[in-house]
Design a protein. Sequence first.
Length: 118
Amino acid sequence: QVQLVESGGGLAQAGGSLRLSCVASGRTSSMVRMAWFRQAPGRQREFVGSIIWSGGNTYYADSVKGRFTISRDNAKNTVYLQMNNLKPEDTAVYYCAAGRIITQYDYWGQGTQVTVSS
């Protein structure tokens, strides 16, 4: 089992920045990929971006490309989501996820709220 705990959410103004953190514990050696998803009120959960745990390759949704950056600190079992130039449409609950294989996510955090005011 892997436990994920997100932090760093809050309120930001449009154009501002926030950094989310996700700390993994438990059987972290089983993780292949970690990702960030988000869910806005009344909408389905959507993919934000992911990072391959060993190689560090990153992938992003078009809606955040160029504004958001995912990074990791293997020694701390932590993945980060740096969010710059925030927009009101980025308002959502952000979830961290981890997968033991590339094609699925087995573990999820509890989510952290991000609210962007215009």
